[in-house]
Design a protein around this ligand. Structure first.
Ligand code: HEC
Length: 150
């Protein structure tokens, strides 16, 4: 049986398989390349993930000022200061509240308590940080942190 099959498999068969396979996979490749470069970016979920420049700037400020050195963020970071992954919700979806807090530190009225340093951010930087915190608190984390308090 095996010998019979080997005899019936001609050079022409091999060539056809080679050409057929080449054409098939070339078309498949072109189709996938078209999908990735033309169709995929038009999908809504990709539009939504485009990050605003202000949010990106907020992330730079977040990194450069080492907020994570005191705060945790979705559980990661230091546990000296409150969790900030859901700060936007904790401040009742109020960007101005977040900005007011950062602007007002340290609260001189209350001593003998660890408080957040004064960073003297400009209004533009405060906006960017608050936008970054808003953006990151809207990431789907499957309900983490579990409570509003963090
Ligand atoms: C040296 C430590 C330290 C650093 C660095 C720090 N924080 Fe804080 N932060 C605190 C402490 C302590 C508190 C809570 C006490 C208070 O009321 O000041 C706090 C509170 C906050 C709160 C309010 C949290 C709440 O639940 O009400 C926000 C918002 C905040 N920080 C944002 C930031 C951002 C943004 C940065 C980086 C630019 C940052 N923090 C850097 C120590 C820090």
């Amino acid at each position: 049986m095996v010998i019979f099959m080997m005899q019936s498999f001609t050079k022409e068969n091999a060539r056809n398989i080679f050409y057929g396979g080449t054409v098939f996979f070339l078309l498949l490749f072109l189709n996938l390349a078209f999908n990735t470069s033309v169709l995929l970016p038009k999908q809504e979920r990709y539009e939504n993930t485009k990050i605003k420049q202000q949010v990106a700037f907020g992330k730079v400020l977040w990194d450069n000022n080492n907020c994570i050195g005191c705060h945790s963020f979705l559980g990661d970071g230091a546990y000296f200061a409150p969790e900030l992954g859901n700060i936007y919700q904790r401040y009742n979806n109020n960007i101005d509240g977040i900005k007011r807090f950062i602007r007002s530190r340290p609260d001189d009225g209350i001593i003998l308590r660890r408080s957040m340093p004064q960073f003297n951010f400009t209004e533009g930087k405060l906006d960017a940080l608050a936008e970054f915190l808003k953006y990151s608190s809207q990431v789907d984390t499957n309900k983490w942190p579990p409570t509003k308090e963090g």
